[in-house]
Design a protein around this ligand. Structure first.
Ligand code: LMR
Length: 398
């Protein structure tokens, strides 16, 4: 039977890591997958995570199954982090949170939930968006369409076009927005623009679905939740898919959450029952360790403060590398103005490099970036920035 199976193409992002690993060039640089590296090129285990892990190891009570949607403590901690400790959504219990294996798991659970309960709904994606978004919804049989987002000429947000597109979305459809640190462009709406986006969706009767994978990497942990909070009004509904891969450095633990904010507690119970149904036929119930680490850190005052500092350190290092890359490109005489790299936020920079230039960087310089021209700024270090700027300059000059 298997002889009839044809090979699938490598994944646009994770496939790059395989190619990078197989490259014998000692000076190779991996700026593909969105993983944070420190100045020495290592992806560190956060101090708070080490501390939480050692506390958990001492108090290990059981490895029995978790509930289908994970522990109640985790759900509460996730909601407080996103909406604020005293927020009406948290107090009224009109939101239900499922602990999922990573942010991708949250998106897939959401997609399955939509398919089962809103068969005619289309999910609208920004143009461009994370390369895996269309695939996740397609796998669940949920149709997707696109709305304008990126203004290539201005290297900024195509806000007017975006609003014009959102105004055409039929009531009952779902609009996926990146809560902060847009992947791949690094361009976010301003607080005022968030308000207008929320108003538009409200007037169209469209459901906001916020992909929230980089909280803390933009302006700050609280500040980065402002976009999402523009959708939080009493009785209003939204869905949030969050990930703790990046801000806790828990990539391989697969810690995420799907939060359904409903109109009231009764709706939350019914929606929760459907979310459980989607999860049970998929992975049954979530893995516990990563979520226990997150709960331990978020519910301990001292660890929580320490974590704020760790996230700030990662954010500052990335912003420092943005500045250095812009300076180095200028130093090497790279054609064009690259100052936009410093305006972008989060892990990524949408560099404007063409697929051919990306291919040349890989082939001739052993520099791995995503085909769309997305660079993982968090992979740039003081050691590799000069070679990177020099290579980009060569490629831009043709
Ligand atoms: C990325 O965009 O590089 C990350 O979200 C990792 C992934 O799974 O693609």
């Amino acid at each position: 039977m298997f002889e009839s199976v044809s090979a699938a193409p490598p994944d646009a992002i994770l496939g790059l890591t395989d190619a990078y690993k197989a490259d014998p060039n000692p000076d190779k640089i991996n700026l593909g997958v969105g993983v944070y590296q420190d100045a020495s090129g290592k992806t560190p285990v956060l101090g708070t995570v080490r501390e939480a892990a050692s506390r958990l190891a001492k108090d290990l009570a059981s490895k029995s199954y978790l509930p289908i949607t994970g522990s109640a403590e985790y759900g509460e901690a996730v909601q407080k982090l996103m909406f604020g400790v005293e927020d009406e959504i948290v107090r009224s219990r009109r939101a239900v949170t499922a602990h999922t294996p990573g942010g991708t798991g949250a998106l897939r659970v959401t997609a399955d939930f939509l398919k089962q309960n809103f068969e005619d709904a289309t999910v609208w994606l920004s143009q461009p968006t994370w390369a895996n978004h269309p695939a996740v919804f397609a796998a669940a049989g949920v149709p997707t369409k696109i709305y304008s987002y990126f203004d290539k000429a201005a290297n900024g947000l195509a806000f007017d076009k975006m609003i014009a597109d959102l105004k055409k979305i039929p009531s009952g459809d779902v609009v996926l927005l990146h809560g902060c640190c847009h992947n791949p462009t690094g361009i976010d709406p301003t607080p005022e623009q968030w308000k207008q986006i929320a108003e538009t969706l409200r007037s169209m009767g469209a459901m906001p679905l916020i992909d929230f994978a980089y909280q803390g990497f933009g302006e700050g942990i609280q500040e980065d939740a402002a976009g999402l909070q523009a959708f939080c009004r009493p009785g209003e509904e939204l869905i949030v898919c969050s990930s703790f891969s990046k801000n806790f450095g828990l990539y391989r633990e697969r810690v995420g959450a799907a939060t359904f904010v409903t109109a009231d507690q009764d709706s939350a119970l019914r929606v929760g029952s459907q979310v459980k149904r989607a999860i049970r036929s998929n992975y049954s119930n979530p893995p516990s360790h990563g979520a226990e680490l997150v709960v331990t850190i978020l519910t301990d005052h001292k660890l929580r403060q320490q974590w704020d500092g760790e996230v700030a350190e990662m954010r500052d290092r990335i912003n420092g590398m943005r500045k250095l890359l812009v300076e180095k490109l200028a130093e090497h005489g790279a054609p064009g103005d690259h100052s936009f790299i410093q305006q972008q936020r989060g892990m990524f920079s949408f560099s404007g490099l063409t697929p051919e230039q990306v291919e040349r960087l890989k082939h001739d310089y052993a520099i791995y970036i995503v085909g769309s021209g997305r660079i993982n700024v968090a992979g740039i270090t003081p050691q590799n920035v000069d070679r990177l700027a020099h290579s980009i300059t060569d490629v831009l000059k043709g």
